[in-house]
Ligand binder design. Structure first.
Ligand code: NAP
Length: 322
């Protein structure tokens, strides 16, 4: 068997073993990306841009710093296409980066879910990004098939779908989703969703992978951040890593892509470097045993929609409003 095929087979087996029991990848081998169902590679650590301040200098700083540090994956949020596109163009022209070395995720806004709007929306985003294609386009309906066929996106995915909705989409979609982007972190581990997606070969991206600490005060002090979890602090000390690195590595060792947001150079580096160590199987298990607490992003204002996905929310805490 040619060497390339053997390497590909090995890496697939390692990923399969890891996904089955949550075990660490084989000692000494740390994959930096995950292969989606259609063989497109997705880097494990990306830069989340949602929630960044809307001032252009700050986004500009964060994106340039990330690229200079070696980030190869950007999750593009609405409103930032022009800034990110201009930086990418500059880096391509200066030869600092080539298109194939950067993974770009874009999203279909919820105002463009109509079948005829999908391609139009993506084409307009591509124009502003000054790109010919995105690597992943996250959509909420199966009508993204056309943009995949037109090669405007190398992979398509969905975001904020629950188990039932994923099964429905998966069983009816002509092109099965390659990726699911949902909230996943230590306090919201989404175990059922992870098992389902990994069994369907739909790779997962965790948004709010650190638990979106900036948003936690609105839930009150008793809802502590995963960053302050005693086990996380203990493991940070044991591995000589930061608490955020423990949280991110816990997810990537579960074969989940992470897109932490930061506008701070030190933290951007820390987050990228989270791939450079391995948490032992015993410590992974202990982290996995922490009782789930709550999700941060509830999109509660959409609660009345018939397809509102977060059906596990407690009615008392979030009364339905008319
Ligand atoms: N699909 C969706 O519906 C959806 C929803 C929400 C978010 N997202 C995506 O997911 C990304 C991440 O989500 P998020 O920003 O809510 O949560 P997050 O990445 O878990 O947390 C970001 C917060 O953590 C801080 N932080 C970053 N690195 C840190 C570190 N090493 N140590 C300590 N603090 C650190 C950041 O502050 P500094 O900037 O000061 O470092 C920021 O306040 C978003 O940017 C967006 O792209 C998608």
């Amino acid at each position: 068997m040619p060497e390339k095929q053997i390497i590909e087979k090995c890496s697939a087996v390692i990923q399969w073993v890891s996904s089955v029991n949550g075990a660490s990848p084989r000692r000494g081998y740390i994959p930096t990306s995950i292969r989606m169902g259609n063989n497109v590679e997705m880097p494990f650590v990306g830069l989340g841009t949602g929630g960044m301040p809307s001032s252009e200098p700050e986004i500009d700083f964060a994106v340039r710093t990330a690229l200079d540090l070696g980030y190869t994956h950007i999750d593009v949020t609405a409103g930032f296409h022009a800034t990110i596109g201009a930086i990418l163009k500059e880096y391509f022209e200066l030869g600092k980066l080539s298109r194939k070395d950067i993974f770009i995720t874009a999203k279909l806004p919820c105002t463009s879910h109509g079948r005829s709007s999908v391609e139009k929306s993506l084409r307009s985003q591509l124009e502003t990004l000054q790109l010919d294609y995105v690597d992943l386009f996250l959509i909420n309906t199966p009508c993204g098939v056309q943009i995949y066929r037109l090669k405007l996106a190398r992979a398509i995915g969905i975001s904020n779908f629950n188990v039932d909705q994923i099964q429905r989409v998966y069983s009816t979609a002509e092109v099965k989703p390659h990726n699911l982007q949902v909230e996943v972190h230590l306090h919201w581990p989404q175990k059922e969703l992870v098992v389902l997606c990994q069994s369907l070969n739909v790779c997962l991206t965790a948004y709010a992978p650190i638990g979106s600490p900036g948003q936690l005060p609105k839930f009150g002090v008793e809802k502590a951040s995963p960053l302050a979890e005693p086990l996380v602090l203990m493991l940070a000390d044991k591995y000589k890593k930061s608490p955020a690195q423990i949280l991110l590595r816990h997810l990537t060792q579960r074969n989940i892509v992470v897109i932490p947001k930061s506008t701070n150079a030190q933290r951007l580096k820390e987050n990228l470097d989270s791939l450079k160590f391995t948490i032992s199987d015993i410590d992974m298990e202990a982290l996995g045993n922490i009782k789930p607490k709550r999700r941060v992003y509830t999109y509660i204002h959409r609660r009345n929609h018939p397809e509102y996905p977060f059906c596990e929310l407690d009615d008392e805490e979030y009364p339905i409003t008319v």
